[in-house]
Design a protein around this ligand. Sequence first.
Ligand code: PMT
Length: 397
Amino acid sequence: MYFRNKNILLGVTGGVAAYKSAEVIRLFKKQGADVRVIMTESAKEFITPLTLQAVSGNEIHDSLLDTKAESAMGHIELAKWADIILIAPCTAETIAKITHGRADSLMGAVLLASNADIFIAPAMNMNMWLDDSTQNNYKTLLKRGITFIGPAEGEQACGDIGPGRMEEPDKIINLISSSFNSGPLANKTITVTAGPTREQLDPVRFISNNSSGKMGYSIAEAAIEAGAIVNLISGPVALNANSKINLIKVNSANEMQESVMDCMKTSDIFIGCAAVSDFKSSDISDTKIKKEDISKIDIQLEKNEDILANVASKYKSAYVVGFAAETSDVVNNAKKKLISKNLDMIVSNDVSDKAIGFDADENEVNIITKNESIFLKRDKKIRIAREILNFMSLKIN
Ligand code: PMT
């Protein structure tokens, strides 16, 4: 399920190999992707929109100037929706248009508006491929960071033998997945928690803490850099997550626990960085508690579930990492949590120091396992996150 939660936009242009696009869609979907298709008018001469709609399960997009289509999912929404854009087959004409930044078609406009990774699987007669114009366009697009898959060599529809055939669908899918797959955590799915939780007392008041989410979001970002598929379950914070992260927003510890348990069904690693509220109100008032009616208020608190300990006990094959927010005897107290919660690793930070820990841009931590304790000196949270994941990947690989 390498493409789980990934949005793939497939552009199909007019070539004999267009019939293979149905198989490309099928393979992406098998790997968990949601696939949408843009067809050029000439593509429809080779394969019907109905076929690609049936295989993808989504309506086909084919027009830039269709008011109905633009109001549903227009070119800008499509451009933002896509994590990966693949054009397969891609004709010489489309390659030329992309090179010149033409926006007179839906495909051209989407490509200009998108930040997604772009892949092109060319398909054309060998002489068209080898022609100077196409070769110059190809080199220009390579310099812009577009990845070409193929063309393959072999017998062509016209009878010529040489480079110009569209690569086979399984090879296209494998090459795209391996291009995202090079880090030390490639093929691993990681679930990370970040931020505080909010435990409501009434509709407007809650118990929470000062976690900004910066440490957890940095862990999630570093995990993406390391090639992992990342679920980030975040309490309320004022941060944006990388679009490659599967972000799930929650409020309370109960909601966080529910999402974590769901994500752990398909995860290899859990990193609990959230500052989960240890307690919640036993009785959440449906209406705002009126301060005029009372001079004193007794709030009955009960313990929240320990999400980290629950993950470690339920998902025994997962690698489970906790964070420990300590104010004294940082290493020893964290080690007690490592043992009592049955963790593989714990990262301790001294949250009494205002320059690190809660709501700071930097942190200073100890990475602790049953046999080791490694000190990471004060640094930006993203660098600390990278070091933690590097250390962890050595343990699991
Ligand atoms: O978000 P920032 O502003 O960047 O701050 C980062 C941080 C200080 C919040 C972070 O580095 C950190 O220390 N996170 C853990 C905070 C915490 O709750 O520590 P703890 O020692 O109370 O809990 C130990 C572990 O148990 C943690 O992994 C925690 O997520 C987990 N836990 C705790 C209680 C609970 N009910 N369920 C849990 O899963």
